[in-house]
Write a protein that binds this ligand. Structure first.
Ligand SMILES: Nc1ncnc2c1ncn2[C@@H]1O[C@H](COP(=O)(O)OP(=O)(O)OP(=O)(O)O)[C@@H](O)[C@H]1O
Ligand SMILES: [Mg+2]
Length: 320
């Protein structure tokens, strides 16, 4: 449904060119939740914004992004507006920034439903109650006249999801949708999103820096490092046989409840380098515990290791 091929994004900062996304390819199929995971600064948001053709100014985007055949990067402004307004819904980290504090949630929902579903107000009210119920807001009918500040943050995020669903999108891009919520609420919101895809025949691109939290809600996962996809596969493949040392490090960084251990040792040493100063060879080599001399020279391509499981590491076959 969404087919991204060789997506590359450069930012021009003064005289300096920064390649934030470097030849990224992936597909999001109908009714699928695809997870995009990587540390802060790895290029997840830029990938999503580039694929939606939402960057401008100092950004240059190349490659191709096909949405049911149409190229998102070259479509006319009118077609692009329609694509964004009708086909794609976006959910961001801070629900309060997206809800208008001076209008009741009912009026915001009803306005969106009338606009996108072309139904009269009375009917839109019923649809609003239905949507709020769907996202598990208790006493939906009574709460239509409440303002955003009368809801908890987790509820606001679910109201945001209802508002996005009111647009009847085919694809939802959720960029760190639960980062501002505590862990149990995060899981509830992600489970909710995951559950909605069948009811609404949705495709979902779920972005997070937290592999542990989103893995259970995805059909497939892409692991991103410094603008590249370094591994992709099903959650089962990724967790049972992580082939990239970066993925292995992300997995071992997932906290396990252990009363005897106060804090976990830092598993990935060092910070992610800036894309303005990319390492030679494999971009992960300066932080990789398995580094060899060849890794400093060879830039590994993403290669299939088993059906549906790809990795970009010259040593991957040694531990698979
Ligand atoms: N407008 C811009 N101009 C220059 N560089 C940018 C711009 N936007 C992003 N970048 C750079 O691109 C890289 C990728 O940023 P991006 O926001 O995609 O990371 P991310 O993976 O979404 O991180 P986070 O988990 O913190 O949201 C970063 O090095 C960032 O500094
Ligand atoms: Mg981001």
């Amino acid at each position: 449904m969404l087919e991204v091929t060789n997506l590359t994004t450069d930012f021009l900062n003064g005289k300096q060119r920064i390649r934030a996304v470097d030849g990224v390819s992936f597909e999001v199929h109908t009714n699928e939740v695809l997870g995009l995971v990587g540390e802060s600064g790895s290029g997840k948001s830029v990938t999503a914004l580039s694929a939606m053709n939402l960057l401008s100014g100092n950004a240059t985007v190349s490659g191709s992004v096909r949405w049911n055949g149409a190229d998102v990067l070259t479509m006319s402004p009118a077609a692009h507006r329609q694509f964004l307004g009708r086909d794609v819904g976006m959910i961001f980290q801070n629900p309060l920034a997206s809800l208008n504090p001076v209008f009741t949630i009912g009026s915001q929902l009803i306005e969106t439903i009338v606009l996108h579903q072309r139904v009269p107000v009375a009917q839109a009210r019923a649809v609003a109650v239905e949507l709020l119920t769907k996202v598990k807001i208790p006493d939906a009918l009574e709460r239509l006249d409440d303002y955003p500040h009368q809801f908890s943050l987790g509820m606001c995020q679910r109201i945001m999801i209802a508002l996005t669903l009111a647009m009847k999108p085919r694809l939802i891009i959720a960029d760190e949708p639960t980062a501002s919520l505590d862990v149990t609420i995060q899981a509830q919101v992600l489970a909710l999103l995951n559950g909605l895809r069948d009811d609404y025949q949705l495709s979902i691109l779920l972005i997070s820096h937290d592999l542990g939290i989103i893995a259970q809600f995805c059909d497939r996962i892409l692991i991103m490092y410094l603008g590249r996809i370094v591994e992709s596969g099903t959650p089962h493949q990724i967790f049972k046989a992580p082939a990239h040392p970066y993925t292995q490090a992300l997995i071992s960084a997932i906290p396990v409840p252990d009363p005897d251990r106060r804090s976990r040792p830092a598993v990935i040493s060092g910070d992610i380098p800036s894309p303005a100063h990319l390492p030679t060879g494999c971009r992960f080599h300066p932080r990789c515990p398995m580094v060899t001399n060849a890794c400093r020279i060879t830039d590994p391509a993403l290669e299939l290791v088993t059906d549906g499981h790809s990795v970009a590491c010259i040593r991957a076959r040694e531990w698979m």
